[in-house]
Design a protein around this ligand. Sequence first.
Ligand SMILES: [Fe+2]
Ligand SMILES: [Fe+2]
Length: 299
Amino acid sequence: MPHSKSVSGSSAGPMDHLDDWEQSLAARYPSAESSTALDGSSKKAEEFRDYAADVRPTVREFYRQNHRHQTLAFVLEKKRQYLPLRTRRMGIWEAMEFLNTLVDDSDPDTDLSQIEHLMQTSEAIRRDGHPRWFVLTGLIHDLGKILCLYGEPQWAVVGDTFPVGCAFSDKIVFSEFFAENPDSLDPKLQTPGGIYEAGCGLDAVHLSWGHDEYLYQAVKPYLPDEALAMIRYHSCYAIHREGAYDHLMTDRDRELFAWVRAFNPYDLYSKSAVRPDVKSLRPYYEELIAEFFPPTLDW
Ligand SMILES: [Fe+2]
Ligand SMILES: [Fe+2]
């Protein structure tokens, strides 16, 4: 049986590492360039359709908890708890260092720190010659995981995100687990549109609570729409990979999702064992951060 593990002494969940979820994503959506999985095996893309059968029991249990507990009422409660932002006041670099204090069962000698993961993403974006705001987005996109350090459980920090307040799409991974979500029993919440008008736009739609929405709320005043879309929707695989929920979207949303899809490969496939040199890269990133952000912001 999966058991709860303490993350930084405050957060709990079935996965040993918070990043186990992201590794499972890379297995679900293998890189188009190569069908070689991160574990070195060379399965063909079709074989990954059997993803659900192969997924680790701890990751499966994590999804079961996520899908059971992410209700409309839960999301509204978290928004009341964290918005307006009032939990902390700190700069972006400080938030990166704070996130780095997240220790789980990973081995510090072989596993990359959270800052190293973020820099691998941003450096891959920089190497491809993308605009500075895009590089910055790569650097910060997972800072919302500091929710873990506030004591939020894994299922309320990471995991695929999805709209709540309307029918759960069968394009969401492990959608069968929504049978245990109380919203499944409320007919008002189980029509395709639910509480929303058709074509209302995703700005008006509540997404399951986690690191994406929290960071989006923190950085909303400072970044262009394209960057904000990458941040708010990067875990919404049902939309950006599977094309679900089009009936809630505007043409502007559809335009912005081209950027979400441009970002996704850097999130999924930029991880490597090569450690970025955080110390020597820091001045470049401090300058980039200062170009867009004030010295401190509300979290
Ligand atoms: Fe993320
Ligand atoms: Fe990420």
